[in-house]
Design a protein around this ligand. Sequence first.
Ligand code: GH3
Ligand code: MG
Ligand code: MG
Ligand code: MG
Length: 307
Amino acid sequence: NQQSYDYVFHLLGRLEKNTHIKILIADDSAPTRKFIGQCLKAQRYQLLEAENGKQALQLLEQHPDTRLLIADYNMPEMDGIALVKHLRHEQKRKKLSIIGLSAESEGFLSARFIKHGADDFLRKPFYPEELHIRVMHCLERQELIGQLYQLAHCDSLTGLFNRRHFFANAPELLLKAREQNTLPCVAMLDIDHFKRINDDFGHDIGDVALKAFARLLKDNFTGSLLARLGGEEFALLVSDQNPASLAAELDDLRERCAQLVYGPTGVPELSFSAGLSAQGEDIDALLKDADEWLYHAKESGRGRCCY
Ligand code: GH3
Ligand code: MG
Ligand code: MG
Ligand code: MG
């Protein structure tokens, strides 16, 4: 019947999805690697194998998109706990799920694994069903966290990062710039007379204009921190560029901005003003200065950069 067909298609869809998921098994026992490998291959996952913690680290470096690590405790060179510690504390690697593994009956091994950053633990021997369900839970939880991160850090209209993301990430970038002796520069961008577009053509067309403008910025500032701060205001943090050179770049962009096709015939050309600053101890000071220059740009006729 239709319901069981749907279920079969649902399962096939999930298996198809699994072919893109890399799982690394780190265990010095070849039979264990083989057993886990067979279980996971049946679910169509892509498998990587390491015989010890050091090899696991090498493989993770070669395959940064690995989603899950299954790590045995007792291994030569580097054991499972040391491996987890290294990944979580030294490398600060968050996007990788980890399941600890051991045949040891030492009761608090599972607690040690989890304390140092593993997501789950499996005691050997185990049934394939238990491996399967723990792997699935880890991956599903990771996906949910990814979705939550996306919701919390991205602006749903334009797909750009949002204000929260900008302020959460700017300090670290500024710190890095200071360590590397580069000159960070901030720009505040604001679309000119945006309210008129809304008033004359409707809010929906205003939204389309915002999306087109955001796309243009995104395509041009891939290596920089770019965010929609709110409304028709955007912020850009470039780690090494002086204001004059960034202003020249924005002036070039202004021409392409005017050519953006975004609504019905008769919509006005999009224009923006910008204020730039390289002066400020922290991100608040930089933005405050850039905002003052933005005000200046508006006052002196719009469609320009001031710094
Ligand atoms: P100025 O050149 O001085 O910046 O003038 P402006 O009209 O661009 O600025 P103002 O601050 O007067 O108006 C901004 C408008 O942006 C008002 C607000 O309704 C609109 N707006 C804010 N967020 C959105 C949005 O998500 N979608 C749409 N369509 N409009 C928005
Ligand atoms: Mg072992
Ligand atoms: Mg505006
Ligand atoms: Mg504004």
